[in-house]
Design a protein around this ligand. Structure first.
Ligand code: SF4
Length: 321
């Protein structure tokens, strides 16, 4: 499988819930609750789940945009959860993020040139002239023109703005890119173009991706392996083909039922997702999916299933296995 680039072990993020006149802590939301996985150099790991499942919080903790409550994050063999501020800043060159809404993440008052130059200035990379040259090269790499450098974000279409977001993420030559729903805000016709661009860039620059999405259809195209999250936990993780052709967890099966499968030989029996997502502030006991699972047994209501390897490289948290 290659060399690990990133290892996440027992990662947790609990947000306090406060209430009353004195804003006392009256509970906590377990947004991410004991998540572990490895990302290998050069691969794309897709992370999928409904909104509120903890996938974006996981991405933000890896980049240390959010402090983990507990757990360890090892990047290139180095524990990064306790890095000093200056060491953290250095490490940020190697890890970048692409956001869902490129418009919200690009400063509307800055030209594209200024937006793309900024990460180089922050990290003290290159002279003014070298920075300008890199901006122009990067615009071409993402399929825009050098003449776009002097324009402002509002002068671009949604797809073009996401290309600017991608160019900005690539400016510092990162090793890992966390793409948080990078095509969800785009028209379906543009989504494929942006996904193809991401794939081309991965080959060209040897990038490793964590690709976060709420839709299994989108990540299939781009991911080598896919992890499925439900209420703050990973419930299944396998290589893409295995996960799509023989999913094990009832939640994965239900998510896949919602995705049109072009190959009739691999049609799954349809399992519809019943009921609403429970509140992460008050998740069900035992298996958190038991309130919506058609295969629920008595043990599921009391005992949380362990996330374990049931076949080589195929991990599931379910009492059926
Ligand atoms: Fe369903 Fe039980 Fe498996 Fe949870 S552990 S997914 S409730 S069968």
């Amino acid at each position: 499988m290659g060399e690990p680039l990133l290892q996440v072990n027992g990662l947790k993020k609990y947000f306090p819930i406060t209430g009353g006149v004195f804003s006392k802590e009256i509970g906590e939301v377990k947004a991410v609750d004991d998540v572990s996985f490895t990302v290998y150099k050069g691969e794309t790991l897709g992370i999928v789940g409904e909104s509120g499942c903890g996938k974006s919080t996981t991405g933000r903790m890896i980049l240390r945009l959010l402090e983990p409550t507990e757990g360890s994050i090892i990047f290139e063999g180095q524990e990064i959860t306790r890095l000093s501020k200056s060491a953290l800043r250095k490490m940020r060159r190697d890890m970048q993020m692409i956001f869902q809404d490129p418009f919200a993440s690009l400063n509307p008052r800055h030209t594209v040139e200024k937006i793309l130059e900024e990460p180089l200035i922050v990290h003290g990379i290159g002279s003014k002239q070298e920075r300008k040259k890199r901006v122009q090269e990067m615009l071409e790499v993402v399929g825009l023109g050098r003449y776009h450098a002097k324009r402002y974000p509002h002068q671009f279409s949604g797809g073009q703005r996401q290309r600017i977001g991608i160019a900005r993420a690539l400016m510092t030559h990162p090793k890992l890119i966390i793409a948080d729903e990078p095509v969800s805000a785009l028209d379906v016709s543009i989504q494929a173009q942006v996904l193809n661009l991401l794939e081309d860039l991965q080959k060209e620059f040897g990038l490793t991706y964590i690709f976060i999405a709420h839709d299994l259809g989108v990540v299939r195209h781009i991911s080598d392996r896919v992890g499925v999250m439900y209420l703050g936990r990973l419930v299944e993780l396998a290589d893409s083909d295995t996960l799509y052709q023989s999913p094990k967890h009832p939640y994965t099966k239900a998510l896949l039922s919602a995705v049109p499968i072009p190959d009739p030989e691999h049609q799954q029996e349809r399992q519809l997702l019943a009921g609403d997502l429970p509140s992460p502030a008050n998740p069900p006991k035992g298996c958190a999916f038991h309130t919506r699972c058609s295969a629920c047994m008595d043990i599921c209501k009391t005992t949380r299933p362990e996330f374990k390897e049931v076949e080589q490289g195929h991990y599931v948290a379910c009492h059926l296995y």
